[in-house]
Structures are given as structure tokens and as C-alpha cells.
Design a binder for this molecule. Structure first.
Ligand code: SAH
Length: 249
């Protein structure tokens, strides 16, 4: 595969952040990490580069983002120019699976894409290969905020990456079993989930109005008809999402 499915770009083409964080939560995480200017960041599956671009602006970081979407990489480069940080951040269009930085980074992250390492453990192992001693890894991952009562709930939450999610306490404990200290975390909430999920509906609707004859139109029309109820019935209620900051023990 040399790019992501087109439906993804239709749904999330207007998103700057492709996860259940608002820009406020992303900024809270950046402040929480107490980063010194010049810290280098490697962000695998960086999406439209909002974390790298805003943290370069706000904290003087330098960074590299890697993503498989040519559309999102294009948006990331445009955002870097807009925020006047294009001299500090670089965006690479390629598969991030197996990507290791040439120079070890102070922060190595993967938010909302742990399938690139075959799950959380594999992604931590991948990020470690790019991390300088004493550096921080960031993992953005879903967890069960309430136990799913039935298979319909599990199915209704599916479709955002690899399943087999853990409840929050078990997810946090799992990082310890991987040899990491959890040193910070910022969690999404139900309202920030809506900014990720509900914002897709307007994007889909506008795209449908503009492309009624497209080969994806029927599929996306069906998605728009079912997504809002599915979101409020399942993901918004049962699925949490957070970013966990980890340091090797
Ligand atoms: N970290 C970003 C994007 C999360 S969405 C953010 O939080 O905003 C998941 C991202 O993974 C998308 O940008 C998608 O293009 C990217 N992606 C999916 N498979 C990938 C792969 N194999 N290598 C690199 N990026 C990938």
C-alpha cells in the first residue's frame, strides 16, 4: 500500500487532529512534558502534523513526521508554512512501520496508530529504536472506559485501529510490564471525542453534496446515516482515548 484509503481523507480531510483530542488537550500535553527548546521529536503516523507544528511554534522543538497519507502530509507541510515553522519540521510520506530515525530523538511518538507496530508492545519497541537515553515516548491509544456488555458494543466501537483494547487501569499497568514508567498522561473526554467523530459527519455530508456520482457515494451515504447513532450508543459511552508519556526504566 502506498497511501491510505480515500474514504479516510474524505472523512478527516478537514481535521487538523486525527484523534479524539482538541487543540487545547494537545497544548496541555505539550506543556505537561516541560520540553526544552531544541528537543527533537519523531512522530510516526503524524497525520496532518498538528502536534509537531504547534509544539515547534510553542516550545521551539524540531521534528520529523512520517505518514502514509499524501493528503495529510501535504496538509502538514502547509500548516508548517502557515505557523512559520517549516525550517524546524520535516514531513516524510512513507510507511512508518519499521521507521527508525537517523538521529535518536528526545521524544518518539505514535498517536492513534499503534497498528504500525502490530499493537502497543510492538509500537513501544519500534519507538525505542529512535529514542535517545532519557527520552520520552508518547503512545495514543483507546481503552474501555466502561466494560462492553455485549458483542454488539464491541462491534459498534470497532473500526479505529486494532482491537483487543484494555480497561484504563490494565492499559496503564501494561506499560509497566513493557519496562516503562508512565510519567504523564492526558485523556480525551466525551466532548473531545465528538470533535473527532462528529466533525466527520459534516465533512462527509459536504463531500456527498459535491460528489453525488462518486463510486464511494453510496457507502459514505450509508455511513452518514448510521454514524451519529453508532457514535452516541457505543464509542462515546464505552471507549476512552488517551496519550501516555513513557520513559524506559
Ligand atoms: N497521529 C495523528 C494521526 C492519527 S490517525 C494525529 O493524532 O492526528 C492515523 C494516521 O495513521 C493517519 O494519518 C494515517 O494516514 C496514518 N497511517 C496509517 N497507516 C500508516 C502506516 N503504515 N504508516 C504511516 N502512517 C500510517
Amino acid at each position: 500500500m502506498d497511501d491510505i484509503p480515500r474514504g479516510f481523507v474524505i472523512r478527516e480531510g478537514a481535521h487538523r487532529i486525527h484523534n479524539p483530542f482538541t487543540s487545547d488537550k494537545l497544548a496541555t500535553l505539550g506543556r505537561a512534558l516541560d520540553l526544552s527548546p531544541g528537543t527533537s521529536v519523531l512522530d510516526l503516523a503524524c497525520g496532518s502534523g498538528e502536534m509537531l507544528c504547534t509544539w515547534a511554534r510553542d516550545h521551539g522543538l524540531t521534528g520529523t513526521g512520517v505518514d502514509l497519507s499524501s493528503a495529510f502530509i501535504g496538509a502538514a507541510r502547509a500548516r508548517a508554512a502557515e505557523l512559520d515553522v517549516a525550517d524546524r519540521v520535516t514531513f516524510i510520506h512513507r510507511d512508518a512501520a519499521g521507521y527508525v530515525a537517523g538521529q535518536p530523538a528526545g521524544i518518539a511518538s505514535c498517536l492513534g496508530a499503534t497498528w504500525i507496530g502490530g499493537g502497543v508492545a510492538g509500537t513501544v519497541a519500534l519507538l525505542r529504536r529512535s529514542l535517545r537515553p532519557g527520552g520520552i515516548m508518547l503512545i495514543g491509544e483507546p481503552y474501555w472506559r466502561r466494560d462492553p456488555p455485549d458483542q454488539a458494543t464491541v462491534d459498534g466501537c470497532a473500526g479505529i485501529g486494532m482491537e483487543g483494547w484494555l480497561p484504563l487501569p490494565e492499559l496503564v499497568e501494561s506499560f509497566g510490564l513493557l519496562g516503562c514508567d508512565v510519567v504523564e498522561m492526558v485523556l480525551a473526554d466525551q466532548d473531545s471525542w465528538d470533535r473527532y467523530a462528529a466533525a466527520q459527519w459534516l465533512s462527509i455530508r459536504r463531500w456527498l453534496d459535491a460528489h453525488p456520482q462518486d463510486e464511494l457515494a453510496a457507502e459514505l451515504r450509508a455511513e452518514l446515516a448510521s454514524s451519529p447513532a453508532r457514535h452516541v450508543r457505543y464509542r462515546r459511552e464505552y471507549l476512552g482515548w488517551g496519550v501516555f508519556a513513557l520513559m524506559n526504566r
